[in-house]
Ligand binder design. Structure first.
Ligand code: DGY
Length: 442
């Protein structure tokens, strides 16, 4: 029998261990700085029991926002020896929009408006929460404006990424084809030393070849002085996918709600939601294959690789009922995890694919954040089998963490991998416990 209250206390301890006074690190050892989408998820966990920390998490993150609205994927509040790329590596001062605090020069998933709405909805002190929303609203708005202005190359509402790290799913097999095309010019690659493999076994992390591409791309962006237009023109990695766009679509809806709460104009956010939703359905949904796909803008083709991110449009209620059922059938199969079979829901990559690799970072294992998105999405539909699957995902999240610990990710057999005591594993577990098990703070 799992003691949910004790598990909740353990989750709070994990967040406390990673708390760095101004922000919460995803993992003190592997990722000691502040990461953008991590902090969004972390704030959702805090919103259930510590409003102030939740608000501060977001406020600290937005200290790194660039003048053009870009929210960078890492904000460096301190200097640490144990992470590469270090703050100075990015040289963001070469762009006039960069803030005085050190940051990276690329983005990550825009989950922040959603996190802010959670903070408001779970707030004990509504007055303070409204003040917080008033403070953060213009920053969220300019973040979304940046995405629709600078990262919307076809003007269709599908936002693109220019670097695998922007996806948050660094070595997902979707990129394999693109990597084969990218020619790393050795002379442009600086001498660098990976630090991640000092903390986590090399075999589970992205490969050295992956890292060369990550660094090569950043060198290119530096050469282009982080000018978005030039990056879109020259980056050999240019992709539009279901994960970022679904997260953004939901954030648009949540930003519209925030605007209504504080008496601001909300229409543009609803329009953006519709725009992105329609484009996802028209351009990335492959009904024959029962999944949403990524689009490679350089090669001008859909990438036929089936990953669990392809189900995340459910999270923002993007697919209409019939299409939702169609993608659900694929997820609810031996490829990801079929209800009634002995498996944890859901693996990040089709188990039947030849490249499925059960313990290798984003190439097969189970990730709590990805499954949380799918869990939330399934609950937005009225079909009983969706509700049943959502409960099964929640059970998988709870079981995995209570049996194996608060790991960064899990193998399909259950064991934990990557960083130990990982923040979003803890924070999203808290959200699931509150929602599924009715946990309450006194
Ligand atoms: C890392 O360092 O592995 C991160 O994913 C980059 O954001």
């Amino acid at each position: 029998m799992i003691n949910y209250n004790a598990l909740y206390e353990k989750a709070k301890e994990v967040l406390y261990k990673n708390w760095m006074i101004k922000y919460t690190a995803p993992s003190k050892y592997l990722y000691p700085h502040q990461w953008s989408w991590d902090s969004g998820f972390i704030a959702i966990g805090y919103s259930h029991y510590d409003q102030e920390k939740a608000q501060n998490e977001i406020i600290s993150l937005f200290k790194g926002q660039w003048k053009n609205g870009m929210l960078p994927h890492i904000v460096y509040h301190c200097d640490f020896e144990n992470y590469f790329p270090d703050p100075d590596y990015w040289m963001t001062h070469i762009n006039e929009n960069a803030p005085s605090i050190k940051t990276s020069g690329i983005i990550q998933q825009p989950v922040h408006a959603t996190a802010c709405l959670y903070i408001y909805k779970n707030a004990k002190d509504i007055k303070k929460a409204k003040e917080f929303l008033r403070f953060i609203f213009p920053k969220l708005k300019s973040w979304h404006e940046f995405l629709y202005r600078e990262r919307n190359p076809d003007n269709d509402g599908l936002i693109c990424i220019v670097h695998p790290w922007e996806s948050g799913t660094d070595n997902i097999p979707v990129w394999d084809d693109i990597y084969r095309r990218i020619k790393v010019e050795e002379e442009k690659l600086p001498v660098y030393k990976r630090k991640d493999i000092e903390t986590v076994a090399k075999e589970y992390r992205p490969t050295d070849k992956d890292y060369d591409i990550y660094i090569y791309l950043i060198e290119l962006f530096k050469e282009l002085k982080y000018d978005q237009k030039s990056i879109l023109e020259h980056s050999p990695f240019l992709v539009k996918g279901p994960l970022l766009n679904s997260i953004l679509a939901q954030s648009n809806l949540d930003l519209a709600e925030i605007a209504r709460i504080i008496g601001e104009d909300y229409k543009i956010f609803e329009e953006w939601y519709e725009l992105t939703k329609n484009a996802l359905n028209e351009k990335l949904l492959d009904c024959d294959q029962h999944i949403y796909l990524y689009y490679d803008l350089r090669n001008k083709k859909l990438i036929n690789t089936h990953v669990s991110a392809g189900f995340t449009p459910l999270y923002a209620k993007i697919p209409p009922d019939e299409e939702a059922k169609c993608i659900f059938d694929y997820m609810n199969s031996g490829s990801f995890c079929k209800l009634g079979e002995k498996c944890y829901a859901v693996v990040s990559f089709d188990r039947k694919s030849k490249d499925f690799s059960p313990h290798h970072y984003w190439r097969g294992p189970i990730w709590v954040n990805m499954n949380w998105l799918i869990y939330k999405g399934l609950k937005k539909y009225d079909f009983p089998e969706f509700k049943e699957y959502a409960s099964y995902i929640a059970k998988s999240i709870i079981d995995l963490i209570s049996y194996y610990g608060f790991y960064e990710y899990f193998g399909h057999e259950g064991k934990g991998y990557g960083a130990k005591d990982f923040s979003w594993t803890a924070s999203l577990l808290i959200d699931v416990l509150f929602e599924e098990k009715g946990l309450k703070e006194p």
